[in-house]
Design a protein around this ligand. Structure first.
Ligand code: RIB
Length: 305
């Protein structure tokens, strides 16, 4: 079994279903509320684990009911949570998600995720060294992200940086990222250009990739699929068509599945096609993790080239 280490956030998602997002100063009656386990890190860990990889999560929760529930759930999924610290001086991260039929808006209160420190990485260095790939995102302190990528890279472990939620990141952090997976909004921030159309997106992707030859850029584009640069041209692998219930966690599923494709030496086109198919399947159910597919489910829907 290939080994995946995820350094990242764990949240309790408060999913509020509403007909539309309330305007400022407005009170709306919602349809339903669900407590669902999320956090970009935990979601990516579940996505990789459902595909059959051996997954370890490094992160931080509060010593509270939400923290206990998250750890129990991840453990039941088959994820090693021995390196998730329960901190009694803080509370578990919370994401309030307003979900409409069309899309969603999220407000995150990081709580314990802010305590995911460089020290925690040092305490788990052997684990990182023995992994095949490390995935991280930006819902934990940026210095931890930077350090985790550095430690992994120095030890020959492949790395994926999912630069979400959108944040300005410097070139220093990119030095140790083998793959970077922004969506279109995140890519605008990374390349510091405003992108209004497809032509500009492709031009900026080619420019960016040319300047950062050690980091493979993959831009996720929702129902359009995902794009990458090969031989100075942008290639897009189309997404499969599905009935959308909830897009929360689609990007996380993509990253978990991307890790699977990379460590199993798929071709670039198949890595993207496989990850995109997993992401499409994930949006067919409510909640970030509910619809994340198994390996068999992805294989049934994606025929490798
Ligand atoms: O990417 C989706 C995740 O973002 C949600 O599960 C929520 O916790 C937020 O962190």
């Amino acid at each position: 079994m290939k080994k995946v280490v995820v350094v990242g956030s764990l949240n309790m998602d408060l999913v509020i279903e509403v007909n539309r997002i309330p305007k400022i100063g407005e009170t709306l009656k919602g349809e339903r509320m669900n407590y669902l386990i999320g956090g970009k890190g935990a979601n990516q860990a579940v996505a990789a684990c459902r595909l059959g990889d051996e997954v370890t999560m490094i992160g931080c929760v509060g010593k509270d009911t939400f923290g206990d529930k998250i750890l129990k759930h991840l453990n039941e999924e088959g994820i090693n949570v021995n390196s998730v610290k329960s901190d009694d001086t803080t509370f578990t991260g919370i994401a309030t998600i307003f979900k409409t039929k069309v899309d969603n808006s999220i407000v995150v209160i990081p709580g314990a995720n802010e305590f995911c420190s460089r020290k925690l990485i040092d305490e788990n260095i052997d684990l990182i060294k023995s992994a095949d790939i490390l995935i991280t995102q930006l819902e934990i302190p940026i210095e931890t992200v930077e350090y985790a990528l550095k430690v992994a890279k120095e030890n020959g472990v492949k790395t994926i940086l999912n630069p979400a939620p959108a944040r300005d990141i410097g070139d220093e952090i990119l030095k140790n990222a083998d793959f970077i997976t922004p969506n279109e909004t995140e890519f605008e921030l990374i390349c510091r250009k405003s992108i209004e159309d497809n032509k500009t997106l492709e031009k900026e992707m080619i420019n960016w990739q040319d300047k950062h030859q050690n980091t493979r850029l993959i831009v996720t584009r929702g129902k359009e699929g995902s794009s990458y640069v090969e031989n100075n041209a942008v290639k897009t692998v189309k997404a499969i068509t599905v009935k959308v219930t909830d897009t929360t966690g689609a990007g996380d599923t993509f990253n978990g599945a991307l890790a699977h494709g990379i460590i199993n030496n798929y071709s670039m086109e198949n890595i993207i096609g496989f990850a995109g198919t997993a992401a499409s399947l994930s949006v067919t159910k409510l909640g970030a993790q509910t619809g994340m597919p198994t390996l068999e489910e992805v294989k049934k829907n994606y025929i490798k080239n």
